[in-house]
Ligand binder design. Structure first.
Ligand SMILES: [Zn+2]
Length: 190
């Protein structure tokens, strides 16, 4: 795990773009970005994600090549980039995200990472391309070819980032995350 700057991330995305596009095309889908929480502790990293974001907003990578296929999002991993905020240990519901909820700095850094990646990979910031794991689990991009639903609207096996903050409206996490990413792309000077 090594810490990187957003400029490094941009370079990595440019390098990985052709291979990601090819892997996605082979599955008949666009390149996608999936955002997770680890359900672990602050400062606890996992190798399942290309990019991990710690409590203080620091951005880390587990790979040299963003097109390396990792196991982050069930049956959606080829041609996809997996992001994670290191938090949410003990989260039990939208009203109780436990003692280590996503921090403001994690959410802002996640949104900046999405802004940089979507720019470099030339994909729009919409639910068809940039999803929380909660949304992907329920196939909210309309692509139900890969798995039956297992998110908050069905079996609730995974509900990462269903909300970004305790008490937010259920299901609002993805929309807020994408809205912030759009803002950073337009105004953030990234
Ligand atoms: Zn997840």
């Amino acid at each position: 795990m090594r810490q990187i700057l957003l400029t490094d991330l941009c370079e990595m995305a440019n390098d990985a773009k052709p291979d990601l596009q090819q892997a996605a095309a082979q599955m008949g889908r666009p390149v996608k970005i999936y955002a997770h929480w680890t359900a672990g502790h602050y400062g606890q990293f996992f190798d399942d994600y290309h990019i991990s974001i710690d409590q203080d907003g620091g951005v880390y990578t587990a790979v040299d090549d963003l097109s390396t296929q990792l196991a982050h999002t069930y049956r959606r991993n080829s041609g996809a980039v997996g992001l994670a905020v290191c938090c949410a240990y003990g989260a039990v519901s939208a009203d109780n995200l436990g003692p280590e909820p996503p921090t403001d700095m994690q959410i802002e850094a996640l949104s900046q990472v999405i802004a940089v990646l979507t720019s470099a990979l030339a994909i729009p910031i919409d639910i068809q391309h940039v999803m929380t794991h909660a949304e992907a689990a329920d196939n909210l991009d309309g692509d139900d070819r890969w798995h039956t639903p297992y998110g908050p609207d069905s079996t609730v096996e995974r509900w990462d980032l269903w909300v970004l903050k305790e008490g937010d409206p259920a299901g609002s996490g993805g929309g807020i995350m994408r809205g912030k990413a759009v803002w950073y792309q337009n105004n953030g000077g990234l």
